[in-house]
Design a protein. Structure first.
Length: 251
């Protein structure tokens, strides 16, 4: 599984992805994470990737051109090289090339692989465990991580899905991408080691939450009050334990 993150802060998540399960999955070659700096395809030498919205309004909006060109680097590297050559040998404007040949190339080739391009957005479809299972079967997931007031609406012509974590707003899409990437990675065979690790967990069956878990000590005493592990879990009676867990899984 390849993950691609389009961002203006390519190092913002590395302290997380370099540790724990995500790090192990990378070491096992089960996943690969690639960061793409949108400023590499800025519209000018100042690294500009955003501008004021047409019609007025507060804040800045991510421009369509740097995002589409970054997508093209991922999806159509050979086409990008040809377009770069054409750009240096023609008098056509950059705008014409982007809106014409470049856009058509991305759209034409986007669906030829087992890949999803998603835009993190508060207006998107809510991410669920069911979607995580679906995405875990893909070869590649591309995250567009906006900031400020979001992206030029035309970016949505180049994506497969618009995804939200819930009914709240974050300062950037990178945190959302990390959450989604984590939920996908743990479902990839070989990452957790044992399939049983996620078969009985919350949301493994749609609408159900996992039963309570306990570990040592059997009795925990605090301020004179004892907090005990349920006797059935200490009984060694597997059928009774299963019944108890079924009863305490919440819907």
């Amino acid at each position: 599984m390849n993950f691609h993150l389009l961002t203006i802060f390519p190092d913002i998540l590395q302290s997380y992805t370099d540790k724990g399960m995500i790090r192990i999955a990378q070491e096992k070659k089960l996943i690969e994470i690639k960061y793409h700096d949108l400023r590499d395809f800025a519209v000018d030498k100042h690294g500009t990737v955003d501008d004021r919205p047409f019609g007025g309004g507060v804040g800045q909006v991510f421009m369509v051109e740097p995002i589409v060109k970054t997508l093209d680097k991922i999806i159509n590297p050979s086409i990008l090289a040809k377009l770069s050559q054409a750009l240096s040998s023609t008098t056509l404007s950059r705008t014409f090339l982007t809106a014409g040949a470049l856009a058509k190339a991305v759209v034409r080739n986007r669906d030829k692989h087992n890949r999803k391009i998603i835009l993190l957005s508060a207006k998107g479809k809510k991410w669920t465990q069911s979607l995580a299972r679906e995405y875990a079967t893909l070869d590649e997931v591309v995250f567009i991580c906006p900031r400020y007031e979001g992206v030029d609406e035309r970016v949505k012509e180049f994506i497969d899905e618009e995804i939200s974590l819930g009914d709240f707003v974050l300062t950037g899409g990178e945190l959302g991408a990390a959450v989604i990437m984590d939920s996908i990675t743990r479902l990839i065979p070989g990452v957790l080691g044992k399939e049983e690790s996620f078969l009985d967990e919350s949301h493994s069956t749609e609408g159900y939450l996992e039963y309570p878990q306990y570990t040592r000590p059997e009795v925990f005493t605090y301020e004179g009050k004892e907090y005990k592990v349920p006797d059935v879990l200490l009984s060694g009676h597997h059928a009774q334990i299963k019944d108890w867990r079924d009863q305490h899984s919440t819907k």
